[in-house]
Design a binder for this molecule. Structure first.
Ligand SMILES: NC(=O)c1ccc[n+]([C@@H]2O[C@H](COP(=O)([O-])OP(=O)(O)OC[C@H]3O[C@@H](n4cnc5c(N)ncnc54)[C@H](O)[C@@H]3O)[C@@H](O)[C@H]2O)c1
Length: 352
């Protein structure tokens, strides 16, 4: 199903380490405003200014770090600073950060003056392979994640794994979970590469990051506004989101990526049981997770997970999830009965 199309990078203006000249071209005659969070301002902005010297002559907006600050209040701070700095359509906003900042500052830029140009410099694995591409921007609102937002593409995205040197290991693992998902949705060749890995090194290589983005973009291109096949990218998320939410009510809250790995184990198990996905694939996934995430476990209760699954906006009357018929062959919106969901949760080795 997935085919490697390197033109996708050109279509979406995605540039990699070594293509700095191409990025510099976007700054001609433009005033530059950098937006960073408190951590990426220290760790990543100096590096960004080294690889893209044009950024040395820029204004700076710094916002607080973390998902809890992905709010309307912080967005308002960004708008206020933009107004104070007299930002207008002749400026370009350069966002240097993880998925939280890219989502929020991208939203701020795409609504300020009905949209001013912005570009993304992602600094986490998750932001590189997922949040920086695909055009979704937004913030959390009244307790609901990504409830307010817009589809807007950046002028360009610049990806350089060098930024990952300062990223804590747990955030590396968090983003690698999405790389594993992309490999399952991609091709037999990519899954073969992925399943053999013994640590995170391969996943943060330029080559894997390119492959992973290419998989995401192949779905985005077919369905830019997420009404159909793009939902394949939700693989692992029907159970994963609910497990993440339920884990916040325990003494061991999970990272998003950890919850999605558990969700993928469950949805692969269902894929095997209901749709004959080869057992070799479910076994090799579990072996990979055991090597890369040896302490992955949650004490969420089945009832609590089911409660959050029923609240999930993707589930109407039935529980629906993406199933894999084979590597690279997702089936979206497959209905599950309550008893199938309970059985799937009960077999999961990571839920104790
Ligand atoms: N728009 C999309 O399509 C999309 C897709 C997936 C996820 N997301 C969003 O992404 C967010 C999660 O993103 P994330 O996992 O990158 O988390 P994050 O942005 O919170 O970054 C994690 C932490 O690492 C710090 N950090 C970032 N880069 C660093 C670096 N190079 N060195 C040291 N510290 C660094 C950040 O300041 C933060 O404290 C969620 O809000 C999610 O909704 C969006």
């Amino acid at each position: 199903m997935h085919y490697m199309n390197s033109n996708l990078f050109t279509d979406y203006n995605i540039h990699f380490a070594g293509q700095e000249q191409e990025c510099q071209a976007f700054f001609t005659y433009k005033r530059i405003v950098l937006i960073a969070d408190a951590r990426t301002n220290g760790f990543c902005v100096p590096l960004a200014k080294t690889v893209l010297p044009v950024l040395q002559n820029s204004s700076l907006i710094v916002v607080p770090t973390g998902e809890e600050n992905k709010t309307l209040e912080t967005t308002q701070l960004i708008w206020q600073e933009m107004q104070r700095l007299q930002v207008n359509k002749n400026c370009i906003v350069v966002i240097v950060g993880g998925g939280v900042l890219l989502d929020m500052a991208g939203f701020a830029a795409s609504t300020y003056m009905r949209g001013i140009p912005f570009c993304n410099i992602p600094t986490t694995v998750l932001a590189m392979v997922d949040a920086s591409v695909g055009g979704k921007t937004g913030i959390n609102f009244l307790g609901t994640k990504n409830n307010i937002g817009a589809f807007t593409h950046p002028e360009f995205t610049y990806i350089n794994p060098f930024f990952l040197q300062s990223l804590p290991q747990q955030h590396i693992g968090n983003g690698v979970a999405e790389c594993i998902k992309h490999a399952l949705l991609s091709s037999a060749k990519e899954w073969e590469n992925c399943k053999r890995q013994i640590d995170f090194e391969y996943f943060i290589s330029n080559q894997n990051i390119k492959n992973s983005i290419s998989t995401k973009l192949s779905f985005v291109q077919q369905d830019p506004t997420d009404k159909g096949i793009r939902q394949a990218l939700n693989f692992g998320h029907t159970f994963g989101h609910a497990i993440e939410a339920a884990s916040f009510q325990t003494n061991k809250p999970l990272l998003h990526g950890e919850a999605i790995l558990i969700g993928m184990q469950i949805e692969l198990w269902l894929s095997h049981k209901k749709y004959n996905l080869s057992k070799e694939i479910t076994d090799s996934f579990e072996a990979l997770v055991k090597r890369l995430y040896p302490s992955l476990q949650s004490n969420c209760k089945t009832e609590s997970i089911l409660h959050f699954m029923q609240l999930d906006k993707k589930n109407d009357s039935a529980i629906r999830c993406t199933i894999l018929k084979n590597i690279g062959e997702p089936l979206i919106q497959q209905s599950l009965t309550l008893s199938e969901s309970i059985e799937a949760l009960t077999q999961c080795p990571y839920l104790i």
